[in-house]
Write a protein that binds this ligand. Structure first.
Ligand SMILES: Nc1ncnc2c1ncn2[C@@H]1O[C@H](COP(=O)(O)OP(=O)(O)O)[C@@H](O)[C@H]1O
Ligand SMILES: N[C@@H](CCOP(=O)(O)O)C(=O)O
Length: 352
């Protein structure tokens, strides 16, 4: 019997001005314990069995052809000429990352699936190739890159030539077909492998004194819905506003001691948060009423990913920040939970 455990961290994307560009890996984990037993002769081949505890356990599909993680694993296998899951695989998932809150649950599920596919197919994919597969599913790089490599990272998608653009434009329904073919039927054509080197990243420095307070409203907001409200065109003024802040932020969060005056302003955004406030009652109030002056220890505050979680970066005063955010959300009729998190390393595979 072989077994291994895959562990993928939560992430917070954007950090204010870095929409679709920067992400932080945080100390909440999606863990998969995978066991493969040798097939006994004559036993029918069965797809992997899935069990699940923790966040999302009441809503996540346990059918491996519907579950996001196993569908991604199968995509990786099929792109590598392995048409099916190996036999006798059982997977127990334990998940600490809440669904649809802006803490990168889907990015973590995708990264877990890519690593799972690589392990089940003995493919030994290098990190850069894993990122290519992940980017074919989650097409913005901020969460998946941070979840894979860990830390505070910035990433971009390479401009692809015409052939690679075509290969990368395969619709998601073909990358991740939802149902297996009926018995005796063949899968459709294998999806084309992702182009090479789609995503590129750099890890920024990070002051070890900084913690992340995640203030998590008790409602889900799908990332897809929170992207639909965004405009497709922006003014030069708003773009420059964000670029100026992002340039400062990437270095300011590594300085010792971190400077709240610089960081609070550098975590402001005009590209996504103003448009998402319609979906997240209380967002403008929380980000404007909790400041380094009113809350000593606070460095900056922003929407985490597509929301609705609020991310406060701080070196102290964590409880007051979170409890005051709770009161502001309560004025809008929204209850929250909060967690004090740290920035952690990326995904790991361990063998007991
Ligand atoms: N561990 C998981 N296993 C399977 N599916 C998952 C898992 N985590 C997240 N998902 C899927 O991703 C959805 C949430 O994705 P999304 O809207 O992008 O929000 P988030 O900000 O949490 O990433 C869930 O509703 C679920 O369908
Ligand atoms: N840049 C994306 C990040 C989405 O992150 P998630 O954790 O909400 O999935 C966006 O802002 O749409």
């Amino acid at each position: 019997m072989a077994s291994f455990t895959i562990r993928v961290p939560a992430t917070s994307a954007n950090i204010g001005p870095g929409f679709d560009v920067v992400g932080l890996s945080l100390s909440l984990y999606l863990s998969l314990k995978v066991t493969i037993t040798p097939p006994s002769s004559g036993s029918p081949r069965a797809p992997p069995t899935l069990s699940y505890t923790g966040e999302g356990a009441d809503e996540v599909p346990l059918d491996p052809y519907k579950n996001l993680t196993t569908r991604v694993a199968l995509y990786v296998l099929r792109c590598n000429n392995i048409p099916q899951f190996p036999a006798n695989v059982s997977i127990h998932v334990d998940n600490e990352i809440p669904f649809g809150r802006g803490l990168g649950s889907s990015g973590a599920a995708v990264i877990a699936g890519v690593i799972l596919g690589s392990k089940l197919g003995n493919l030994d994919l290098p990190q850069s190739r894993m990122l290519d597969f992940a980017l074919m599913v989650e097409r913005h790089p901020d969460n998946v890159t941070a979840a894979l490599v860990g830390g505070f990272v910035g990433s971009y998608l390479r401009e692809l030539d015409a052939a690679a653009t075509e290969a990368a434009s395969v619709p998601l329904s073909e990358v991740l077909p939802e149902y297996p073919p009926d018995a005796g039927e063949e899968w459709g054509l294998d999806p084309p492998p992702p182009p090479l080197g789609i995503g590129h990243f750099v890890r920024f420095g990070w002051s070890q004194t900084i913690r992340a307070v995640a203030i998590i409203p008790r409602f889900e907001l799908s990332t897809a819905k929170a992207r639909e409200v965004l405009p497709t065109m922006y003014s030069r003024k708003d773009l420059v506003f964000n670029l100026q802040r992002l340039a400062v932020l990437t270095t300011a969060l590594a300085q010792e001691p971190p400077d709240p005056e610089l960081i609070y302003e550098a975590m402001k955004d005009r590209i996504h948060q103003p448009y998402r406030k319609t979906l997240i009652p209380g967002l403008p109030e929380v980000t404007s009423r909790i400041t380094p002056e009113t809350h000593p220890g606070l460095l900056g505050i922003c929407l985490s990913g597509a929301g609705p979680t609020i991310l406060a970066l701080a070196i102290g005063g964590f409880e007051k920040i979170a409890e005051d955010a709770r009161l502001i959300f309560r004025e809008k009729g929204i209850e929250v939970d909060w967690k004090l998190l740290q920035v952690v390393g990326g995904s790991t595979v361990s063998i007991p």
